[in-house]
Design a protein around this ligand. Structure first.
Ligand SMILES: Cc1cc2nc3c(=O)[nH]c(=O)nc-3n(C[C@H](O)[C@H](O)[C@H](O)COP(=O)(O)OP(=O)(O)OC[C@H]3O[C@@H](n4cnc5c(N)ncnc54)[C@H](O)[C@@H]3O)c2cc1C
Length: 415
């Protein structure tokens, strides 16, 4: 096994940020014989990765590569080469090698059998230490001093360290800032000429002007079953009611298009089908039967098969439903199959699962910054976005590996 002692004279690479992109880059570089030092502002590594573990750690997705790559939309070119070179199968094999066998869930998503991130992270950290990687926690990178030395804020004060052969920034995006990645590097790199698209929320919730009555009754509950449609995209999924809006899987899947529409027009209309299992004709025929003395709400539940939440949602002004008592069965069925939910804002980035925006391709030669010598980048700080489904971690890992391989190919020969 390679140990730190055998590495005297090997090139030193600093990695800033101990998320998945930084850690996999460290593994790639250390395995190839580099001396790797990781600097992380938090007292522990990979807080966001651990948080992803709370949802079962959706590592990647099992669909074919061409479909997989379409998930990155217009940002596909930022990640395509990296994902083709470090594929979902490679990521699964890597997790397996750390004792965390994975499986494909019913939706095609890939999870570790343990549904947890912590055992994987523990085994990974132990592997990195055995490869000679050094961790410096509570080291908040501040930029460079006048001599080009990287500067860190540490518990013992500010320290400028000797410039390494190469430096990889894997600082993450700007969502959930309390987990460490808050985009505080943006102004510093912009000042050095780096072209950075502003961070925006991705996989995020949206504001809805619910009535107090509706929030009291249904906040925290899912709309289920549900099909959601925006523009020409329809998906069957769920949405969660919150005190001031909607979030959850189905909303995240449409969130980039909804966010862009709200950025442009100030609002967006999301169509909800709260009875996706029935056609509009079947539903109309059921609702046409004699109602007797039943209230409309009871009738919608018993004859229409709507949940109590869905039946109440029909009356919500934000879903355009004040006047449903006057609707004939055919019109009522049409409304149930296409409720126009008005979204009037995007939830803040600190509650989003991920962020769009980041360093643009124009500032990069592969993964190296054009304007700052010997500095490379990887992970969510690059300008790509993707829905949930394992695409975020896959791209973070794959770009980490790709950046490390580029560093290896461009490092000066060891002295
Ligand atoms: C609640 C939640 C659940 C998620 N679930 C999933 C999921 O199931 N599947 C999926 O694919 N994705 C998921 N994601 C997204 C995924 O976790 C991220 O896309 C991924 O962690 C990004 O990796 P990264 O290494 O680029 O950045 P990060 O993981 O954010 O790591 C960046 C690191 O850099 C450190 N850092 C930042 N600035 C500095 C500085 N100046 N000095 C020193 N250190 C610094 C940070 O502290 C952090 O440790 C989830 C995200 C959240 C918030």
């Amino acid at each position: 096994m390679t140990t730190p002692e055998t590495r005297a004279g090997a090139p030193v690479v600093y990695i800033i940020g101990a998320g998945p992109a930084g850690l996999i880059a460290a593994e790639t570089l250390a395995t190839a014989g580099c001396r790797v030092e990781i600097f992380e502002r938090k007292p522990v590594p990979a807080r966001k990765f651990l948080m992803a573990g709370r949802g079962g750690l959706n590592l990647t997705h099992s669909e074919d590569m061409d479909t997989f790559l379409t998930r990155y939309g217009s940002s596909r070119t930022m990640v395509e080469n990296a994902v083709r070179a470090f594929t979902p199968a490679d990521l699964r094999a890597w997790a397996d090698g750390l004792g965390e066998e994975t499986f494909v869930g019913s939706s095609g998503r890939v999870f570790p059998k343990s549904f947890k991130a912590s055992p994987l992270l523990r085994a990974w950290q132990a592997r990195l230490v055995s490869l000679g990687v050094t961790f410096h926690f509570a080291h908040h990178w501040q930029g460079w001093d006048a001599t080009g030395a990287p500067v860190f804020e540490t518990p013992n004060g500010t320290a400028a360290l000797p410039a390494p052969a190469a430096m990889l920034l894997a600082l993450g995006g700007a969502s959930w800032p309390r987990l460490g990645a808050d985009g505080d590097w943006v102004n510093m790199l912009r000042a050095r000429g780096v072209d950075i698209a502003p961070f925006r929320p991705a996989n995020c919730g949206f504001h809805v002007a619910w009535s107090e009555f509706f929030v009291r009754g249904f906040a925290g509950q899912p709309i289920k079953p549900l099909a959601l449609q925006f523009a020409d995209r329809r998906i069957e999924s769920e949405a969660m009611i919150t005190a001031n809006g909607v979030e959850g899987g189905g909303i995240y899947a449409l969130s980039s298009a909804l966010r862009d529409a709200i950025d442009k027009d100030g609002h967006a209309t999301l169509n909800l089908d709260v009875r996706p299992g029935l056609s509009v004709q079947e539903l109309a025929s059921r609702l046409s039967k004699p109602r007797g003395a039943k209230s409309l709400g009871t009738w919608l539940r018993t004859a229409g098969g709507l949940s109590s939440l869905a039946a109440t949602l029909l009356r919500e002004p934000a879903a355009g439903g004040e006047d449903i008592d006057t609707l004939a069965p055919a019109a009522l069925a049409a409304r149930i199959k296409s409720l126009p939910l008005q979204l009037h804002g995007v939830f803040p980035i600190d509650r989003a699962i991920s962020s769009a925006g980041g360093i643009r391709a124009a500032s990069l030669d592969g993964y190296r910054l054009r304007d700052i010598p010997h500095v490379y980048i990887a992970g969510e700080m690059m300008d790509w976005e993707a829905p949930t489904g394992g695409y975020l971690l896959q791209a973070s890992f794959a770009t980490g590996v790709a950046a490390a391989r580029q560093i290896l190919s461009e490092l000066p020969a060891s002295e």
